[in-house]
Design a protein around this ligand. Sequence first.
Ligand code: ZN
Length: 185
Amino acid sequence: MGAQAPHSDRYSRAVVYACRKHEGHTRDDNKTPYAVHPVRVCEHLRRIAGEEDENVLCAALLHDTIEDAAVTFDNIASNFGGDVAALVSELTNDNRLPKARRRSEMMEKLTKLSPRAKRVKLADRLDNVLDLLNGMGTPEKHVRYADETARLLTACAGACKPLEDTLKDALEKLRQMNAQMFDRS
Ligand code: ZN
């Protein structure tokens, strides 16, 4: 399995757009540029799921721009097309809500996502869990992520077996890591 990155102008523009919009933002370690994350989500989709749908790959690159980088739906639609904008908006939480509320609403929305949006969501979660396994995140985040990821896997069951299996393995490792962290305290 594993699909090549598309060689289209639109795909290249989406990479640059994501880098620009997330410029100055970092991951939880406060040093990794945030844009590394959407690029890796796109890679997980290609390499693990063999994703070839260019709209899905562009949406993966842009999936955090509306929520975290103040980009509008119309801006994505005019630059990358209405289908990509619709996918990104499916993956966007309402950032006017407090963070905890935003998270709980997203978990409720998961089962209603389109199969394509579920694939991006699985790859997004996989990348976030891999960051935790690499030592990022507070203990509280580790515990919350283990719980949320189990629910996410249930809500997205059947969307993409290779991604689900990889995420299940990562979740198992996260649980082992969390158990060790609590043993020490
Ligand atoms: Zn993300």
